[in-house]
Design a protein around this ligand. Structure first.
Ligand SMILES: [Zn+2]
Length: 142
């Protein structure tokens, strides 16, 4: 469930706010953070979208605030889960899995509506969101 830090400490998942070039606040980034030395690294499942976002911002970004949950389906699900989750420890993994399957159900429902409406663009958007989530229900998230 958790990863181990180089210092030997236990790394657990957190929603983190990254500051990019001292100007851009990127909120709701899922990271693994060490309980002992507070080192952190982005969750492997969001690395791609995160580096795309940083490329987009470029070397001289404008002062702004971005919610990563709006850019990444997994961050969005985790954010919703953490928001509703008050406890700590064991229940979290189950809460995330439950939130993931609810999100997938929702996207499938929307996909059905989009396909009935023959809205190609919407179908493609939903399909890509689904494809980003499905692998993570197989591997472990937290
Ligand atoms: Zn550590």
């Amino acid at each position: 469930m958790n990863q181990t830090c180089r210092c030997g400490g236990e790394m657990t998942i957190h929603m983190h706010t990254l500051i990019y070039k001292a100007k851009v606040k990127i909120t709701n980034v899922p990271v693994f953070m060490c309980q002992s030395c507070f080192q952190y690294k982005p969750h492997p499942a969001v690395k791609n979208d995160l580096s795309l976002l940083l490329q987009e911002l470029g070397g001289n970004p404008k002062r702004s605030r971005i919610s990563f949950a709006e850019r990444n389906e997994l961050a969005s699900v985790l954010n919703d889960t953490f928001y509703g989750y008050k406890g700590r420890g064991k229940g979290l993994e189950q809460a995330v899995q439950k939130a993931m399957s609810e999100r997938i159900d929702l996207l499938l429902d929307l996909f059905r509506i989009a396909s009935e409406a023959a809205d190609k663009e919407w179908m493609e958007e939903l399909e890509s969101r689904l494809l980003k989530l499905v692998p993570h229900t197989v591997s472990r998230i937290v």
